[in-house]
Design a protein. Structure first.
Lengths: 579, 383
């Protein structure tokens, strides 16, 4: 305890401001809590089963750690405020300077920020562990092995139909028509029970953004799909039927047809239904098509070699990864191999369940089961006849991989930083305003703010009929009120009206972010007005459109900081005024 | 002999007269005058030794003499007192709500002077002090401050005007930390903060209480700590509202003497304006007493001899009014009034206090208390 006393004594005689704000101790205590949060994050995912949940970043808010952190933050801030409010050089008219007052405000901001941002250390702890445990090269190899092995995880018959086939190269860029009503039966086609497939080459046409609105894709029977870009759209229409009878012997659902990429970074949040969209909708996506082609080729080559040991190896590697990630299943390499090679020609004959038979499926898996119910009768027949007692929780595996990627790629400075930044900023502005004035001013300022909001509300209602200037007028009205609040104490004689001006001061300080956001909104509204009736390519932008919302948030934040610095002399002038 | 040596001589005299308590306070004043940190430290050590050896006066005297010898070799830098630090010229202020109106006269106060502000409750003492402290607006008149460094802005001016209200705010945390905090905010050299704080604590007789908490202090000591905090700011003018309230009679006298003594510091003299109901105690140390009656100012210069005034006495006695009047009429009594506890007697012109005392002695009138209030603002309270 002696060293605490020594440090305190050093601070009080050398840096009274720092002593008063207790920033040194607040940073020390917060650092310890951050360290614990980091360790919690590190430990949290040592059991990979914790990674099997969807939207892993939201887990923090659901597993109680958020609650603990919130309680700790509140406790820290309450104790801090109690301790800090014990001394106030400004209220006692000690000869404080602008830099001291501004320094105090910055310290408030830092203290609040470190006291509420334990989320960061938790995520950093998780990230450090995941980076340590799952190295780049291992993950990359795992993903390849998983994507190959998953081809034999026959859970959804739709993935094994002919329209999935991308190999040989001839098939890569062909469109497969599966709608019986659109198939030209006079041309080459393939039939499997109630399913029909016809392969087409594609031709493209480009339409402008404006025409897009009036273009009706569905009037033409030859329309395949459309890809929309910002300025234009590419319309893909079926061109000519291609005869593939020389390379495709039948249309049976088969392992040969499998080309669905089980897991790919970036697509982790999409459901498997998305694959349908991928199948036909993004033939224009060369990367994806290439991926599917490579996978399909790999599977075809493997099956053609018909090497039992090699195939077993693929299955074993898949199961090893699943075991390491503690994915729930009851497969063994041999039993799985038996299922795959049930038919000599690798037609799909066996179905592996997602869960044990007696499993109660959680709601978020529902769409997977619907998928099974919506199968065509022939596929439903395969599904029913091929059902086994084997199961593999593929969703858990996919979620685990997605969680690993999400945590590894989480950039704390991208989005959440703004949330914490603004919470800290608003809170430090409130503390600052309270410390510069007093409780009574604060309460009256709250009431005044309520009345002003009402006035702005009534104003916006009363001008409701003036379109398109309504938003602009509301913004201008808010700016007008804010300017009166901000500038009145600067230019007025405060003597004798100190209480009234204390409300102005509190409002000016605490609502400064709002003012700057409204200014930005106003510029945006002006931009909109300028651009009314203009073509998209002729739009005139002033400033705002060049910036992302995060950049604007940062600009407003720094504007608030500068505003506080510039406003301090006014606060001092108010404080020195006579009552 | 310069002023500093004169003061050292006074300290010596007090110790010779065995007025150790008074002598020691004067000694600390001499040390403070020097603004010499090594001497501060020695004085602090001596205070600590004195507190731990309260009965060892012989050794105390020896140690004091050693310190006095060292003091003789240091010459304090004298501060200028030529300009009045505050000029208040017919300040007026009206409150519409209770129809009260303050009408001040002309006040000019120099560093080293103590002005007493007296008057019945609700007659505008606090209002007047707050106007002087730049806390309240006023309707008319002029207020001028002359500080050593011209204030750069209004806030700087406020930081120079030290006003202690009647009810001081609670202190939190360590008492000494609160004092250190003041000095560091005034950007005092960090090495000098500790000796200056301890010196002030020693000077105001707070040594034994320095490690206590605020709630453990009596009202009197709270006021003394508040005073210590204020004096550390080295104010050029100090405005005190009822500093004697809640203090016992001994504490009142000591605190007033301390204020007077510190106002007369050689290195940092200050002007003091204090309001109080303790009329006689305030008069005793004040250079001028300002009386406020329903907001209107009357002053009575303590140095003025009001020969034109009739002798006026305040008398407390157990005998009947008739007997007292019979006796005083022999000394040419002009009028007498009784407020239920004390008689106020006024005599015809030319009668002296000694003559009245002589008559009272002759008639063997038993007295509890008698005071000449001819030159005291007490006479303003007589209805």
């Amino acid at each position: 305890m002696n060293f605490i006393h020594k440090i305190n004594q050093y601070l009080i005689v050398n840096h009274p401001n720092i002593w008063n704000t207790k920033i040194v101790w607040m940073l020390c205590i917060s650092l310890i809590i951050h360290l614990f949060s980091f360790l919690t994050g590190w430990i949290m995912y040592q059991n990979p089963q914790n990674l099997q949940k969807e939207f892993i970043l939201n887990e923090y808010f659901q597993n109680g750690i958020f609650l603990i952190h919130t309680i700790l933050s509140i406790l820290l801030l309450v104790i801090w405020l109690y301790k800090m409010f014990q001394n106030n050089a400004f209220k006692n008219y000690y000869p404080v300077k602008r830099k001291h007052i501004f320094g105090q405000f910055l310290q408030f901001f830092i203290i609040v920020f470190v006291s509420i941002s334990f989320y960061y250390s938790f995520i950093w702890g998780s990230q450090a562990y995941i980076n340590y445990k799952y190295k780049d090269n291992v993950l990359s190899e795992w993903k390849n092995q998983i994507n190959t092995g998953a081809a034999f995880l026959s859970q959804n018959p739709s993935n094994y139909t002919l329209d999935n086939r991308k190999y040989p190269e001839q098939l890569k860029n062909l469109y497969t028509e599966v709608n019986k009503n659109l198939v030209d039966f006079s041309q080459p086609h393939f039939i499997y029970e109630d399913l029909v497939y016809q392969f087409y080459t594609l031709k493209t046409d480009t339409i402008s953004r404006d025409d897009r609105m009036t273009f009706n894709y569905y009037t033409s029977e030859m329309h395949a799909f459309t890809q929309d870009f910002y300025e234009y759209s590419v319309v893909y229409d079926k061109d000519k039927v291609v005869d593939l009878s020389s390379i495709i012997s039948n249309a049976n659902p088969s392992y040969y047809n499998y080309s669905t990429v089980f897991y790919e970074k970036g697509n982790e949040s999409f459901s498997s239904n998305y694959n349908f969209y991928i199948d036909n909708g993004t033939l224009g996506n060369a990367d994806l098509i290439q991926q599917r082609y490579i996978l399909n080729k790999q599977i075809n080559d493997l099956l053609r070699r018909n090497d039992a040991d090699e195939l077993k190896d693929v299955l074993a590697q898949f199961l090893n990864i699943a075991n390491e990630l503690k994915v729930d299943h009851n497969l063994t390499t041999d039993e799985w191999f038996q299922l795959v090679s049930k038919a000599d020609n690798f037609d799909l004959k066996a179905i592996i369940n997602r869960f044990p038979n007696n499993h109660q499926e959680p709601t978020y898996y529902v769409y997977e089961t619907i998928e099974a119910q919506e199968l065509s009768s022939s596929l439903a027949d395969i599904y029913e006849k091929g059902k086994t007692t084997f199961y593999f929780n593929s969703k858990a595996l996919k979620n685990t991989l997605a969680s690993i990627d999400t945590i590894r790629n989480f950039n704390p400075f991208a989005e959440y930083i703004h949330v914490f930044m603004w919470i800290s900023c608003v809170f430090s502005l409130l503390i600052f305003a309270f410390r510069m004035t007093h409780l009574k001013s604060f309460i009256f300022a709250g009431i005044a703010l309520g009345i002003l909001s009402l006035v702005v509300g009534l104003f916006s209602l009363s001008i409701g009929f003036i379109y398109p200037y309504r938003s602009l007028l509301i913004c201008a009205f808010v700016i007008l009120i804010s300017c009166i609040i901000v500038f009145a104490p600067i230019f007025s004689q405060i003597h004798g009206k100190k209480k009234r001006y204390s409300i102005y001061i509190v409002l000016a300080i605490t609502t400064s972010p709002l003012l700057f956001f409204v200014i930005i909104q106003t510029i945006e509204e002006i931009e909109k007005l300028i651009n009314i009736g203009r073509d998209q390519l002729e739009l005139k932008t002033i400033i705002i459109s060049h910036f992302s919302s995060y950049t604007l948030s940062l600009i407003v934040f720094f504007a608030v900081i500068v505003f506080i610095y510039l406003y301090i002399p006014t606060i001092m002038k108010w404080k020195a005024a006579r009552e | 002999m310069n002023l500093h040596l004169q003061r050292i001589f006074n300290v010596q005299q007090s110790f010779d007269n065995k007025d150790y308590f008074l002598g020691f306070r004067k000694l600390l004043d001499c040390v403070i005058d020097t603004q010499n940190m090594p001497l501060y430290r020695e004085a602090i050590e001596l205070t600590d030794w004195k507190e731990n050896h309260p009965d060892n006066t012989e050794e105390l005297v020896l140690k004091v003499n050693i310190l006095l010898e060292k003091l003789k070799n240091v010459s304090p830098v004298l501060s200028s007192r030529n300009l009045p630090v505050l000029i208040a010229n017919h300040i007026t202020k009206s409150y519409r709500t209770n129809q009260f109106s303050l009408q001040g006269g002309f006040i000019e106060i120099y560093k080293g002077q103590v002005f007493g502000l007296v008057g019945e409750n609700g007659n505008g003492k606090t209002t007047f002090l707050r106007i002087l402290a730049h806390e309240l607006t006023f309707d008319g008149g002029e207020l001028q401050y002359n500080f050593q460094d011209k204030p750069k802005n209004a806030f700087h001016l406020r930081s120079r005007l030290v006003y202690i209200p009647q009810r001081t705010a609670k202190w939190y945390g360590s008492l000494l930390d609160n004092l250190r905090f003041v000095l560091s905010n005034y950007e005092v050299n960090p090495d000098e903060i500790e000796p200056r704080v301890l010196m002030m604590v020693a000077r105001l007789g707070l040594w034994k209480y320095k490690d206590l908490q605020w709630h453990q202090l009596s009202s009197g000591y709270k006021m003394r700590f508040e005073l210590a905090r204020t004096l550390l700011r080295k104010p050029e003018i100090l405005l005190l509202d009822e500093p004697l309230a809640n203090l016992d009679i001994m504490s009142q006298q000591i605190i007033l003497e301390d204020l007077k003594s510190m106002a007369n510091s050689l290195s940092h003299p200050m002007a003091i304006v204090l309001s109080s109901q303790q009329l006689y105690e305030v008069e005793k140390i004040s250079d001028e007493v300002i009386f406020l009656n329903k907001g209107k100012q009357s002053s009575l210069n303590a140095n003025q001899k009001l020969h034109s005034q009739h002798l006026m006495l305040e008398i407390d006695t157990k005998i009947t009014r008739e007997k007292l009047v019979e006796c005083l009429q022999k000394a040419q009594l002009k009028s007498i009034s009784y407020n239920g506890g004390i008689y106020i007697a006024e005599f015809l012109e030319g009668i002296t206090f000694s003559q009245v005392l002589s008559q009272i002695a002759n008639d063997e009138i038993p007295l509890v208390y008698i005071r000449d209030i001819t030159s005291s603002t007490r006479r303003f309270f007589v209805k």
